[in-house]
Write a protein that binds this ligand. Sequence first.
Ligand SMILES: C[S@@+](CC[C@H](N)C(=O)[O-])C[C@H]1O[C@@H](n2cnc3c(N)ncnc32)[C@H](O)[C@@H]1O
Length: 359
Amino acid sequence: MRFLQKKPARNLARAPISADHDGVFNASSNTVALAGQIKALADPIRLRALALLAGHELSVGELCRALGLAQSRVSNHLRVLREHQLLHERKVGTSTFLRYAPPVQAGDERVADRLWNAFLPELEGLREHADDLARLRVVLDERRRDTTNFFDDLAGDWNTIGIDFETGQARQRIAASFLPPQLVIADLGCGTGYVAQAFLDLVQRVICVDSSGGMLEEARKRLDATPGSTTVEYRKGELDALPIATGEVDGAVCAMVLHHLENSTAPLAEMFRICRPGGTAVLMELAPHKQAWMHDSLGDRFLGLDSDDVAERFRAAGFVDVQLEILSDSYQPKNEQAPQADTQGVPLYLLRGRVPLAS
Ligand SMILES: C[S@@+](CC[C@H](N)C(=O)[O-])C[C@H]1O[C@@H](n2cnc3c(N)ncnc32)[C@H](O)[C@@H]1O
């Protein structure tokens, strides 16, 4: 009898499962991270620390005081929490601020977050946590007091420290942000567009008017360089025959122009015509001064204008509620040829007026 020849047995044994240096099987890195995070949470001090850091960003010193533990004792625990990416650190100068911030896991699941949320209600009921919170309140009260005392000490110097801005525009933009965004504003005698620029991104439309094509071109260069949501239109024209429809604008401004004009009656009447009922007009002018070189070099027909006179003409044009504001600013045009005594700033004022609702 012939025995069937036995085939060599097939090696059914599977390839050995490899393990990494921690003895963890080749599971996905997410699982390893999760296991690490569970391990990191499994310590009373770390749980107490995280319970505080979940609600507050604290410096290392503040955390130690709230836990009532020496820094040497807390540091090791913080290292473990850091290693398992359960802390967000923010360094400012020599200080480090910590808060609980589990990393986003694969698939956007904040696994550690869910774990943590499961622990939290238990933790909140523990006596140690209540004690930690009581100490934390003391720490936070001190922090608040320190801040207040710091600014109390600084208050006398703040007008010197807080004035240092490159252009001084930043704070003015805050007040300007309260403008209704649907406004249409006319900048009359816009020049190179300084005033119009202040409205960019704050109002719906700005209409720049000037009789000089060169000035309008410069205004376009300035305003195009600051693209924003505001539509800017450039219209060449004279102030006594404005290229703007009756009631087309909510507000009109005419800055440092009237002293160039022989007569401002028609321009002010035009200003009144283009503003809608209830609209506002603003004039900015130079107070009377003696810097005669401005007549020769800057084309100023008048060396400033008396505010009472201008206010009178403003009212005569139909504006009501006319208000004068003396500005805490001065005009300081550059002129190397001007005599030394003539280079001091020229005081400025604003006149505001309103078109009556039923005019
Ligand atoms: C001193 S600049 C003021 C520019 C600008 N408002 C500002 O605050 O920088 C005077 C401007 O008024 C313009 N202007 C003078 N007379 C005018 C008139 N009759 N009609 C229109 N614009 C005029 C000039 O072309 C010039 O651009």
